[in-house]
Write a protein that binds this ligand. Structure first.
Ligand SMILES: Cc1cc2nc3c(=O)[nH]c(=O)nc-3n(C[C@H](O)[C@H](O)[C@H](O)COP(=O)(O)OP(=O)(O)OC[C@H]3O[C@@H](n4cnc5c(N)ncnc54)[C@H](O)[C@@H]3O)c2cc1C
Ligand code: SF4
Length: 502
C-alpha cells in the first residue's frame, strides 16, 4: 500500500493539466493512467494504421441504448483523447454560461460565469500555446488577444474565406494549440493532425504540454497500465480511504488525502457507479441520482465539399471557423451551432467508413474535396445516461436531441459551399459512436439535489473527491470542450493548493 497527498486518475485534458498545476507545490502526486505512452513511430501519421487497423483504439466495446455493442471513439493512453485531438482550443462563448433557449428546450446556466473562468482561460491558452486572432469572430465578445498569432490560411483556404465574406459571413481563424508552428523543431503543419498522434510531439496535447513536464518534478509519479477499479470509503461514506488499482494485472491499494478523478465523462461516471457501497448504494457521490445522467456529446456532421475539376492542394486545412449561425440562422430565432474546417480526409479514412468503395475512388474523392464539421449543442436529458451492465460493461443510452437546429446548420453549410461553386456536399455522422465530445455525466452546480459536484468540482457527498474532466459540464455549448476542461482544471488546482494541500 502506498500513500500520496493527491492521486489523479487519468492523464488527459483534466488530469494531465491538474498534474502540471500541482507539480511545483511539493505535494506528493501520483497519476494513475490505464494506458501507455503512445510511441513515436511511422504509424502515428499513417491513415491506414490509425483508421483501418485502429492501432491506437482500445478493444473495449460499449453498448448503446438498445443493447447493441459499438466501438467508442476513445483512446486510453498517456494524454488521453488529447493525443488525438484536432487541438482546436475554444473558450465557451460568454452567453454559453447563461441559460439559453433552444428549439428543443433550455440549455441550463452554469454555476460560474464567463468572468470567473476568464483568467483561467488566459492561463490555459498560454499553457497549451493557443494561436488565434481576436476580434474577427462575431461571438468572441470582449476577450483579450491570443498569446500566439493565428496560423495563416493556405492560399486555397484564403480564397474560400474571401468567397464566404462575399456571402456576408464572418469567417475567422480557428484557435489552435500547436508548438512553434513553422519553426525548426516545431509543428510542420501537416495533413495528419486531428485523429492522429503527433509523431514529432508538436501538438499541444496533455502529454506533451503537461504530463511530461510534470514528471520532471521529484514529487510527481505516474503509473501507466494502472486502471482504477473502485474507490473505497470509510464507514461514514464521506471520505475515500482507498483506491483499488489493477496495475498490469496485479491488484494494488493506494491511499491519498485528496482524490482527483479525470477518466473522461463516461469512465468517470462508470467508476463512481462501480464504487457503490453500503453508504452509497446507487453509486459513489450519487445522492442526487445524477451520476451518469445528462450525457451529451454534440450533434456533429462531417461534410466534404467536392468539385471534380478542383484538386485541393491544401495540406493544413484546419484554420477556418464560422460562427455566424451560433445564436440564430436559417430564418429561425434559435441557435444552430458552429462550423469549422477539418483536417484533410485521406482515402483510407473514407474507406474505413465506406468499405464498399475501391481505394482509388476514395483517393480521387478526397483529393478534390474540402472537409468541414458542422456542430450543434445537444441538451442535457436525464434519460441520456451512462449505466453499468451486471457484467460491468458500459452502456451509453443516448437519444439525440436538438436535431432540427442541427439539420438547419447542415443546410446552411451546404448552401454556403454550393454558392462557392462545389458540385456536391457529402455528409457523414458517427451518431452515438461519436463519443469524442462526451460530457455532462457528473454535473457541477450549487445545489446538492440538482448536481453531483460543487462549483470547484468537489463532490457534494464525499469530501476528498474532486472530478476535473468533461463530466462537470452543465451544458455542451457548440464549440470544442477541451480548453474549458483545462481552464477549470487549473482553477480547481489553484483551489486545492490554497485550501487542501497546506
Ligand atoms: C479524434 C478526436 C478529436 C478531438 N478534437 C478536439 C479538438 O480539436 N478540440 C477539443 O477541444 N476537443 C477535441 N476532442 C475532445 C477532447 O479530446 C476531449 O474533450 C478531452 O480530451 C476530454 O478530456 P478529459 O480529461 O475529460 O478526458 P480524456 O482526455 O479522455 O482523459 C481521460 C484519461 O483517463 C484514463 N482513464 C479512463 N479510465 C481510467 C481508469 N479507470 N483508471 C485509470 N485511467 C483511466 C484514459 O486512459 C485517459 O487517459 C477530440 C477528441 C477526439 C477523440
Ligand atoms: S506536426 Fe503539427 S499539424 Fe502535424 S500532427 Fe504535429 S501538431 Fe499536428
Amino acid at each position: 500500500m502506498e500513500h500520496f497527498d493527491v492521486v489523479i486518475v487519468g492523464s488527459g485534458a483534466g488530469g494531465g493539466t491538474m498534474a502540471h498545476a500541482l507539480s511545483g507545490t511539493g505535494a506528493r502526486v501520483l497519476i494513475l493512467e490505464r494506458g501507455e505512452t503512445v510511441p513515436q513511430e511511422a504509424e502515428n501519421w499513417d491513415p491506414a494504421a490509425v483508421w483501418k487497423q485502429q492501432r491506437y483504439r482500445p478493444k473495449e466495446l460499449w453498448l448503446d441504448r438498445r443493447g447493441r455493442s459499438f466501438m467508442p471513439f476513445v483512446h486510453y493512453v498517456v494524454g488521453g483523447n488529447t493525443k488525438f485531438w484536432g487541438s482546436v482550443l475554444y473558450r465557451l462563448r460568454r452567453d454559453d454560461f447563461e441559460a439559453i433557449e433552444h428549439a428543443d428546450g433550455v440549455s441550463p446556466a452554469w454555476p460560474i460565469d464567463y468572468d470567473t473562468l476568464a483568467p483561467w482561460y488566459d492561463k490555459a491558452e498560454r499553457l497549451y500555446q493557443v494561436h488565434g486572432q481576436q476580434g474577427t469572430d462575431p461571438t468572441d465578445g470582449d476577450r483579450g488577444p491570443f498569446p500566439y498569432a493565428a496560423i495563416p490560411h493556405e492560399p486555397a483556404i484564403l480564397e474560400l474565406v474571401e468567397r464566404m465574406r462575399e456571402q456576408g459571413l464572418h469567417p475567422s481563424h480557428l484557435p489552435l494549440g500547436l508548438v512553434s508552428p513553422g519553426l525548426v523543431g516545431g509543428c510542420i503543419l501537416c495533413s495528419t493532425c486531428a485523429s492522429f498522434p503527433c509523431r514529432i510531439r508538436a501538438k499541444s496535447d496533455a502529454d506533451t504540454m503537461c504530463v511530461e513536464p510534470a514528471l520532471t518534478s521529484e514529487t510527481v509519479t505516474m503509473w501507466t497500465g494502472a486502471c482504477v477499479q473502485r474507490l473505497v470509503t470509510d464507514a461514514s461514506g464521506r471520505k475515500i480511504t482507498g483506491i483499488d488499482v489493477d496495475r498490469n494485472g496485479e491488484t494494488v491499494l493506494v491511499t491519498a488525502k485528496t482524490v482527483v478523478v479525470a477518466c473522461g465523462a463516461v469512465n468517470s461516471a462508470a467508476l463512481l457507479l462501480r464504487s457503490a457501497n453500503e453508504r452509497h448504494r446507487h453509486g459513489l457521490a450519487n445522492s442526487s441520482g445524477l451520476v451518469g445522467r445528462r450525457y451529451m456529446a454534440h450533434m456533429a456532421t462531417m461534410m466534404e465539399a467536392f468539385h471534380p475539376m478542383k484538386i485541393n492542394s491544401t495540406v493544413f486545412q484546419k484554420t477556418v471557423s464560422i460562427n455566424d449561425f451560433y445564436r440564430a440562422g436559417h430564418g429561425r430565432p434559435y441557435p444552430l451551432g458552429h462550423i469549422q474546417s477539418q483536417g484533410r480526409a485521406h482515402g483510407a479514412i473514407v474507406q474505413s467508413v465506406a468499405p464498399f468503395l475501391p481505394r482509388w475512388a476514395c483517393d480521387a474523392f478526397t483529393s478534390r474535396g474540402v472537409d468541414w464539421l458542422a456542430m450543434s449543442e445537444d441538451l442535457p436529458r436525464a434519460s441520456n445516461r451512462v449505466t453499468l451492465e451486471p457484467d460491468g460493461r458500459i452502456r451509453v443510452s443516448y437519444r439525440p436531441n436538438n436535431i432540427g437546429p442541427h439539420a438547419d446548420l447542415v443546410r446552411e453549410t451546404r448552401r454556403m459551399l454550393k454558392r462557392i461553386g462545389y458540385w456536391t456536399v457529402i455528409t457523414h455522422s458517427f451518431r452515438v459512436q461519436n463519443t469524442t465530445h462526451q460530457c455532462g455525466t457528473l454535473v457541477f452546480g450549487n445545489e446538492e439535489k440538482t448536481s453531483v459536484l460543487d462549483p470547484y468540482c468537489r463532490s457534494h457527498d464525499v469530501d476528498n473527491l474532486f472530478v476535473v474532466d468533461a463530466s462537470f459540464f452543465p451544458s455542451s455549448a457548440a464549440v470544442n470542450p477541451g480548453l474549458t476542461i483545462i481552464a477549470q482544471s487549473l482553477r480547481v488546482a489553484d483551489h486545492l493548493i490554497r485550501n487542501e494541500l497546506n
